[in-house]
Design a protein around this ligand. Structure first.
Ligand code: AMP
Length: 442
């Protein structure tokens, strides 16, 4: 039996893990699962790719096995909040996969598709509800979902949710949750806004931190090419036109740029598709399916859309545009070199984005090696001292591409403060073990 047995997980779960080929818990799993099985609140500092989904899904399933109860109508025993529909769907799939040998029901809730099936799925109640905050609140407002029932609540990628302007939605959701609950908060980064959120939601939490930056990034070979912006498409074509590029994700800042780049590659014989917030759910799913089965070699994505790309064999990440937020660079390049593989992260940097590269280099603590031996090398871009560009677009809109998403989106305003003043969900008891669910209605 696998090393997961030592963590104390039940046999039906161990069986599923065996079939998945998981033999050894990842560091976040080894660190978090024992605390979660004891019912403790948790602050998990971990990025996608570290195995964090299983880190919360496995002990949750174990809890459901140990305390079999029918979920209340329109309610869920467990609520998982995640920022994007891709991530919501992926978390739902992971739960279903790990729960294949037990009785288990779940629903996924996200916008961009009709709500009828989601409403129908919730009528009888589910064990696990995975939801994006906006649509969840819509359905709660319409009376289709009752938030008074969850015994365990997970906020996944909390920093992304704040970046996307979901802070008020989250606080409105939390205000409706029962005070007696176990709460888990996962975040890749720990800005002050996350510290505040964690403080208001968690009770005497355990903190588990994994630092994939060093371990993951070491396996990622990074490079930057300095090129003028007018030459970026040609430079990208040169990079992609290489047999070693098996499966690549290209990042752009803007949705329209993602479309243009995907069209350009397709016209030049490289099977490519764009995914971003303006694409229909169907188009995104087709693109992801093609990417998985290899019929699409290059996926062109904006930062937010890329959050849900769960494909292990990404050989290359190309930054067509550098991100304006250094943390996003770390997230992007983490799409490659997953599951123990090696990968390449190659960035195209023009004169305007040169300042962003300096910030990224400060963030990762080293210079990105420069490749200058190519036909598009621009000395002007390399030596540029231009101030960073000011991006257009609004602030903090839900589901925007990164172009419209600024750090300021998560800062408090009067609405935020009044929500915070209510101290939603902060249990009054000084309980140490956050679970006390025997009295929970079911
Ligand atoms: P996540 O960080 O949850 O997105 O997981 C990243 C990837 O690692 C997913 O493809 C998981 O299926 C996979 N994974 C998670 N835990 C393990 C494990 N213990 N052994 C092998 N693969 C795993």
């Amino acid at each position: 039996m696998s090393n997961f047995k030592a963590l104390g997980l039940a046999v039906p779960i161990l069986q599923a893990l065996d079939e998945e080929g998981y033999t050894t818990p990842t560091p976040i799993q080894a660190g978090a699962i024992p605390h979660l099985l004891k019912g403790r609140d948790l602050l998990g500092l971990a990025q996608t790719g570290t195995g964090k989904t299983a880190a919360f899904a496995l002990p949750i399933l174990n809890y459901l096995l140990e305390t079999p109860r029918k979920a209340a109508s329109r309610g869920a025993r467990v609520l998982v909040l995640a920022p994007t529909r891709e991530l919501v769907a992926q978390i739902g799939d992971n739960f279903a996969s790990y729960a294949r040998h037990m009785k288990f029901s779940h629903a996924v809730i996200f916008g961009g598709v009709g709500q009828n099936r989601q409403v129908e799925a919730m009528k009888r109640g589910v064990d696990v509800l995975v939801a994006a905050p906006g649509r969840l609140l819509d359905l709660v407002g319409q009376g289709h979902i009752d938030l008074s029932t969850p015994e365990i609540v997970v906020l996944d990628e909390a920093d992304r949710m704040l970046d996307m302007g979901f802070v008020h939605d989250i606080r409105r959701i939390v205000a409706r949750l029962p005070e007696q609950r176990q709460t888990l908060l996962f975040s890749a980064t720990m800005p002050a806004s996350i510290r505040d959120l964690a403080h208001s939601l968690l009770t005497e939490p355990e903190t588990v931190q994994v630092t994939p930056e060093s371990s993951t990034v070491d396996r990622i070979r990074q490079a930057v090419l300095f090129v003028d912006s007018a030459k970026k498409k040609d430079a990208l074509m040169m990079l992609v036109n290489n047999d070693r590029v098996v499966r690549a994700v290209v990042f752009t800042l803007m949705k329209h740029e993602a479309n243009k780049v995907a069209e350009f590659l397709s016209k030049n014989g490289i099977p490519a598709a764009a995914i971003h917030g303006n694409k229909s759910q169907g188009a995104r799913e087709r693109a992801m399916k093609g990417f998985r089965d290899g019929s699409i070699r290059v996926l062109v994505a904006t930062d937010i859309a890329a959050r849900g790309i769960d494909v292990d064999e990404v050989s290359h990440v190309f930054n067509y545009d550098l991100p304006n937020i250094p943390e996003a660079y770390v997230h992007r390049i983490g799409r490659t070199a997953r599951a123990g593989r090696e990968g390449w992260a190659v960035s195209l940097c023009d004169a305007e984005q040169r300042a962003w590269l300096r910030e990224i280099e400060r963030r990762i603590g080293k210079d990105v090696p420069v490749i200058a031996d190519h036909p598009y090398h621009s000395v002007e871009a390399q030596n540029s001292t231009l101030p960073p560009p000011v991006l257009g677009g609004g602030r903090g809109g839900r589901g925007r591409s990164s172009g419209g998403r600024r750090q300021g989106a998560s800062s408090g305003n009067s609405r935020g403060q009044s929500a915070r003043g209510r101290s939603p969900g902060r249990p009054s008891s000084g309980r140490r073990h956050s679970r006390d669910r025997g009295r929970r209605p079911s």
